[in-house]
Design a binder for this molecule. Structure first.
Ligand code: FRU
Length: 478
């Protein structure tokens, strides 16, 4: 099916209709990647939380399935994770081979953790009859369990967001949980509430070193306002997380755009993939789209790179090679002179743009305009001397919220920008700079159709080694 509404993204998952927020229950099982999500089946606002459901075989084409989990007497169904209980450790399955178990928050009189299991690849679910599995009478914010199997201790580990810190629990069977430790009161940003944790290990590129990464979403207090995802690297010994960073060290943000939130990763995969909700609580209820609201980011593969004495999360968009088969436009080396030269290219609202910049000795101010046929401009400016870049979102439809228009700055982990990969999809730009070492996700609502890209330079000449633009009209989502 082809979606055709204005601002409907083609490459990014969105439900056919109604409200969606956080990704939930991300797990790979027997040929399918599952994407559950916070969903209101009755309307276009955040209410009556259920788990919606979609599946994919390639992390790009998604098939929407019926709602997976509905509210009950313990409350609505808030965020959480899912695992494959391979050995039937829970004893919930008829078959020794086990099946899928979802672990989620119930938002009722208080927030408590419950589980449900599925014997038919997530199509239908049975709630555990003695829910909740973690009770709570007192703590206000106590939610978003994310569970994985910890091989070394042969236990299930749960990370849980508790207002201003993360708690870790362990269990032999997904039913009986024991509190182990807490992390975070002195670490990271505390400008808002901590939500949607995730904990996994990654190999540091070009080394044999393994590092644990603790993901924590925070709302409010993001680097450019509202919702954002911070992370810590360190060690997890099965009981406690020890951060490499000191409490006073600069906060690490996974994505310095305004529209990447509640990101979590898939369980039961060889590589680590994650996805975020492409929105911000500052204006999520007001973005001018209907009858759905809103969409997910592109799926990204995660790795770690050492930059100076710290580890930086690197994100690579996952897109099948044969996706961009409709048009390709490649331009080889050209030299731009400040300030009158520009390099201009045709684009479509669904474009993949990859720029490679040539060798240069000094830092440069340069940038990219994305321009609509109504001459609306969205600008990305690189200031290599300050190690920053700025996304200008001041044109197009912006008046639905005072928080929406603005200029959003991110950090370049290297002083030179060598490569820029932009994914444009009607109402969003995802920027992956220097192979995904700096990432920025931005929603935008141009009144016209994005049709032109221009590269400019400000103070020094700029050599564009290669510009590769591919575009499509649409892709299918069932
Ligand atoms: C994050 C969040 C979660 C919560 C869910 C409710 O965006 O606030 O903490 O479980 O959304 O929909």
């Amino acid at each position: 099916m082809y979606y055709q509404e204005p601002f409907r993204q083609q490459l990014h998952y969105s439900p056919r209709e109604n409200w969606m927020n956080d990704p939930n229950g991300l797990v790979y099982f027997e040929g399918e990647y599952h994407l559950f999500y916070q969903y209101n089946p009755y309307g276009n606002d955040h209410a009556h939380m259920h788990w919606g459901h979609a599946v994919s075989q390639d992390l790009t084409h998604w098939k929407e399935l019926p709602v997976a989990l509905e509210p009950d007497e313990l409350g609505t169904i808030f965020s959480g994770g899912a695992v494959v209980d391979k050995g039937n450790s829970s004893g919930l399955f008829q078959q020794e081979a086990g099946g899928m178990v979802a672990i989620y928050t119930q938002d009722g009189a208080t927030q408590q953790q419950s589980i449900a299991y599925s014997e038919d690849h997530g199509r239908t679910w049975t709630k555990y009859k003695h829910n909740p599995v973690i009770e709570n009478q007192t703590i206000k914010d106590f939610r978003d369990p994310k569970v994985f199997w910890h091989e070394e201790t042969q236990k299930w580990i749960m990370s849980l967001a508790c207002g201003d810190h993360i708690q870790f629990y362990r269990s032999p069977n997904l039913i009986d949980w024991t509190y182990q430790s807490s992390f975070g009161q002195e670490y990271g940003s505390h400008a808002g509430v901590w939500e949607c944790p995730d904990l996994f290990s990654l190999t540091v590129e070009s080394t044999a070193t393994q590092q644990w990464v603790l993901i924590v979403s925070i709302n409010d207090g993001g680097p450019n306002g509202g919702s954002a995802v911070q992370y810590f690297t360190g060690d997890f010994d099965g009981v406690q997380f020890h951060a490499n960073e000191t409490p006073t060290e600069a906060i690490k943000w996974a994505d310095e755009g305004t529209d990447f939130y509640a990101a979590v990763s898939w369980e039961n995969t060889a590589s680590r993939y994650w996805i975020g909700w492409m929105n911000n609580w500052q204006y999520a209820g007001k973005v001018p789209v209907s009858p759905w609201r809103s969409s997910m980011s592109i799926v990204r593969r995660l790795s770690l790179q050492q930059v100076n004495d710290t580890y930086v999360l690197k994100q690579t968009p996952t897109l099948p090679d044969d996706l961009w088969d409709e048009q390709t436009q490649t331009d080889k080396s050209q030299r731009l002179v400040p300030t009158n030269d520009i390099a201009a290219f045709d684009i479509s609202p669904l474009s993949d743009i990859q720029l490679t910049v040539g060798e240069k000795n000094s830092s440069t101010g340069w940038g990219i305009y994305f321009i609509s046929d109504l001459e609306e401009r969205f600008t990305v400016e690189f200031d290599e001397s300050k190690h920053t870049y700025t996304v200008h979102r001041t044109e197009g439809m912006t008046d639905f919220s005072p928080h929406f228009p603005g200029e959003h700055t991110g950090s370049l982990h290297r002083w030179k920008v060598e490569k820029v990969h932009c994914l444009l999809d009607h109402a969003s730009i995802e920027l992956f700079i220097n192979d995904g070492l700096s990432v920025s996700t931005t929603l935008l609502f141009p009144k016209g159709s994005l049709s032109r890209l221009e590269v400019f330079c400000k103070d020094q000449p700029l050599v564009l080694d290669n510009v590769n633009i591919t575009d499509r009209v649409s892709i299918w989502n069932d």
